[in-house]
Design a protein around this ligand. Structure first.
Ligand SMILES: *[C@@H]1O[C@H](CO)[C@@H](O)[C@H](O)[C@H]1NC(C)=O
Length: 292
């Protein structure tokens, strides 16, 4: 499954064709507006702790001493521009972890992760990111946010095309993972991925290495989701069907976005595997020479 067969929905130039395609290809219509959670996702675990509310416009996950909860997309995707708005567990969220990620099935899987590690009231969340290709991860980068992620909804996005993966927060790129197959680094481009999210208890490690425990008197803990938008190629019967207009498929970081990425990395990055000399005494992974 390469990029050739992805182009199977060829974009048309004629206005009549355009109108026809607009009517036929619903992805062109729905890609601009937020989707309904009940149409796009299933609550996959948590025994009633995950809920779809407000006629499909809002999803909440909750965590208590007995269980967390999670959801997953009905669709699988191969490339896309995917936005989700999250509002994280407020107050004392130490020990809780909210995950939001894309992952392919199998033993040699690809994955791109956002994970939000809770903290004591008033202390900052850690945004943890990772990229796996063909089952290999170990590519952690962590960030602080420049706002309180529990006070309001903010947009967390993945742009994934054959050349790169860009993680963004409120439209500001925070991380780029380039396709460096040319120097022998596998890149996620053949395996379709599903979107997953969960809220769970990780107080054995999450907050200061497990020193701070989840305060169960505060339970249930709740995280909320809204405005899911996937302008993406949907996997079906062994191939990906892409929206007609998909400028993101060849998108790169322009000069302005690159400046923003540098700004975030300079001011808000708190961990980068590519500078962790203790961890890689014999030299950094090859992508570190190019990817930050
Ligand atoms: C919690 O806050 C403390 C103090 O600012 C900080 O050192 C720590 O990295 C924060 N994040 C987590 C996940 O513990």
């Amino acid at each position: 499954m390469g990029s050739e067969s992805m182009a199977s929905y060829k974009s048309s130039t004629g206005i009549l064709n355009f109108l026809l395609i607009s009517l036929l290809d619903s992805s062109l219509i729905v890609s601009c507006i937020a989707s309904k959670f009940n149409q796009e996702f299933d609550i996959s675990w948590g025994n009633g702790r995950g809920k779809i509310l407000n006629n499909g416009d809002l999803l909440t996950l909750s965590l208590d001493k007995t269980s967390g909860s999670g959801f997953q997309s009905k669709n699988e995707y191969l490339f896309g521009k995917i936005d989700m708005q999250l509002k994280l567990v407020p107050g004392n969220s130490a020990g809780t972890v909210t995950t939001y990620y894309l992952k392919s099935p199998g033993n040699s899987w690809d994955e791109m992760d956002f994970e939000f590690l809770g903290n004591l009231s008033g202390d900052p969340y850690t945004l943890h990111t990772n990229v796996y290709s063909q089952g290999k991860g170990d590519r952690e980068q962590q960030f602080r946010l420049w706002f309180d992620p529990t006070a309001d909804f903010h947009t967390y996005s993945i742009l994934w095309n054959p050349k790169l993966i860009i993680f963004s927060v409120d439209g500001k790129p925070i991380r780029e993972f380039k396709n460096l197959e040319s120097i022998g680094v596998p890149f996620p481009k053949k395996q379709q991925m599903r979107i997953y999210s969960s809220l769970w208890n990780a107080d054995d490690w999450a907050t200061r290495g497990g020193l701070i425990k989840t305060d169960w008197t505060r339970a249930p803990f709740t995280a909320s989701y809204r405005n899911f938008k996937a302008d993406a190629c949907i996997w079906s019967s062994g191939r990906a069907a892409c929206p007609s207009r998909k400028s993101w498929l060849w998108q790169k970081l322009d000069a302005t976005s690159f400046q923003r990425l540098k700004w975030v990395q300079k001011n808000f990055m708190i961990y980068n595997y590519c500078t962790d000399t203790k961890r890689f005494p014999l030299g950094f992974p090859p992508e570190c020479s190019v990817n930050m």
